[in-house]
Design a protein around this ligand. Structure first.
Ligand SMILES: *[C@@H]1O[C@H](CO)[C@@H](O)[C@H](O)[C@H]1NC(C)=O
Ligand SMILES: *[C@@H]1O[C@H](CO)[C@@H](O)[C@H](O)[C@H]1NC(C)=O
Ligand SMILES: *[C@@H]1O[C@H](CO)[C@@H](O)[C@H](O)[C@H]1NC(C)=O
Length: 453
């Protein structure tokens, strides 16, 4: 079964209505949310309904030939050395790890500092190359002399294999959240990078859910911290009690109701966002046509209309949309989304809520235990966006207070009032606003530890 975002929203709302009829009291046994919703800073950016049409006049019929190629092809064609490795987790998931060890500007050699990139929810590692080759963080790092490793968590399209389960047939395959990604996927990826590169410690960059998983690992598996020089965390999804994204109310309406399990079963554990070609062919358009006027679907060009509050129209490169559409969406894991709904509702960063009886059995307490962020020892740099509708500025302040003070090195607000959650991987100026300063900070940190100061 193939589901797109719109169909899933319809299902969620239908579940909500059905459940409100059947279990009227369920919703109200706990407050619908504990934290107050954040009121975003007002900016004067107009969401111009004709932005798409105007852009199309400027760039008529631009076709990005890379849009349909995968990361291996794009890397090789541009002179980068890319290898892939299999990593098997202790619970049987087989993950793909890519390594870009060099390119024309910085040939592969031993001793480069290594950095492992962890992608977000609904993405694979290709989200990191959604921007053109000269502007995305992967090739910027590779050109700058870093040994770049790209993780792919379970349930993303490069990591769908399992020793015994079949992702297409076994619902059990999809029974995980960012918790399992942190406990079971991150550690062997980290060790693989250390083994192959021969380095004791490496750097980590995470975005969105990649950060949730990192935080689970760093707080639950203390030995992990000793293997990481520093972590640079973009749009860190940890505390999200202030979230005000359009998807939050429908999501909250099924949290802690039987609707959670119902949704999980209806969509078979995941939302297939990958291969939007299916959606396009249903609409009889090609990805490179979505900004063309003869396709009277111009609204599609402005993805903000599809996924409100996530993209920033003033930072959207409409010409790059075919590439964004082909690189950004992958498989979205339902249990992870439900876990996020639970932590929005409870205003905490804690284990999956399985209901009172199962919680007592598994955790020994009625309420799920919280992750203990005081155990995070890796030096942390946080980067956040003013208009992030999932991770709001007050939630960032809360995260900053929750981490040990000698662990938290810096909290950086992206210098643009309109910056948003996915802008960290799709904004046209992300290279200047985020990647350049981030890489500068990595270099500075690397120099500091090398000289032992
Ligand atoms: C937005 O516009 C209003 C009035 O036009 C002005 O007072 C305000 O300072 C502007 N805000 C920003 C952030 O530019
Ligand atoms: C990874 O495992 C898959 C399936 O077992 C196999 O087809 C592939 O060749 C392996 N790749 C590498 C790099 O070992
Ligand atoms: C916009 O995207 C196109 C296609 O990827 C690219 O060629 C162009 O350089 C980008 N423009 C900016 C300002 O990033």
């Amino acid at each position: 079964m193939k589901f797109d975002v719109i169909r899933v929203s319809v299902v969620v709302i239908a579940c909500q209505l059905a459940l409100a009829q059947r279990f009227p009291s369920l919703q109200f046994t706990k407050p619908i949310r504990v934290c107050k919703e954040h009121q975003p800073l007002q900016t004067n950016v107009s969401t111009d309904p004709f932005a798409c049409t105007k852009e199309q006049d400027l760039n008529s019929r631009v076709k990005d030939l890379d849009a349909d190629k995968n990361i291996v092809q794009i890397s090789q064609e541009n002179g980068y050395l890319i290898d892939s490795y299999n990593v098997t987790t202790s619970d049987g998931y087989i993950l793909t790890l890519f390594r870009i060890s060099g390119g024309n500007k910085s040939p592969a050699r031993k001793g480069k500092p290594a950095v492992l990139l962890l992608h977000g929810w609904g993405n694979s590692c290709e989200a990191w190359i959604a921007l053109p080759n000269n502007k995305n963080i992967v090739y910027m790092l590779a050109d700058g002399g870093w040994d770049v490793w790209l993780g792919n968590f379970r349930g993303s399209s490069f990591s769908l294999l399992h020793k015994t389960l079949n992702a297409n047939k076994d619902l059990k395959y999809w029974d995980f959240t960012f918790h399992e990604m942190g406990l079971f996927d991150f550690p062997p990826m980290l060790d693989q990078v250390r083994t192959i590169s021969g380095l004791d410690k490496i750097f980590v960059i995470g975005h969105s859910q990649g950060v949730s998983s990192f935080m689970v690992a760093a707080s639950e598996l203390p030995g992990i911290n000793e293997k990481i020089h520093a972590a640079f965390l973009l749009a860190p999804v940890v505390y999200i009690g202030g979230a005000y994204d359009t998807f939050v109310p429908p999501l909250l309406s099924i949290i802690n109701t039987p609707g959670e399990d119902l949704l999980y079963r209806i969509v078979q554990g995941r939302i297939q966002l990958r291969n939007p070609r299916l959606l396009f062919s249903a609409l009889r358009i090609e990805p490179h046509d979505i900004c063309q006027s003869q396709v009277l679907k111009c609204g599609l060009c402005d993805l903000n209309a599809l996924i409100p509050n996530v993209f920033n129209p003033s930072q959207m490169n409409y010409t790059n949309i075919p590439r964004i559409v082909s690189k950004l969406p992958d498989y979205g894991t339902i249990k992870s989304a439900l876990h996020y709904g639970q932590i929005v509702r409870s205003c905490s960063f804690r284990y999956y809520d399985r209901g009172t009886r199962e919680n007592i059995k598994r955790y020994g307490t009625k309420e799920p235990p919280s992750y203990n962020l005081k155990r995070v020892k890796t030096p942390i740099f946080l980067y956040y966006a003013e208009q992030d509708a999932w991770v709001t500025p007050p939630d960032i302040q809360r995260l900053a207070r929750a981490l040990p003070s000698d662990t938290l090195i810096d909290v950086v607000r992206v210098n643009d009032d309109t910056f948003n959650h996915l802008d960290f991987v799709v904004a046209r100026d992300a290279n200047v606003l985020v990647y350049k300063p981030l890489i500068q900070m990595m270099i500075k940190f690397n120099n500091r530890i090398k000289t032992g100061v």
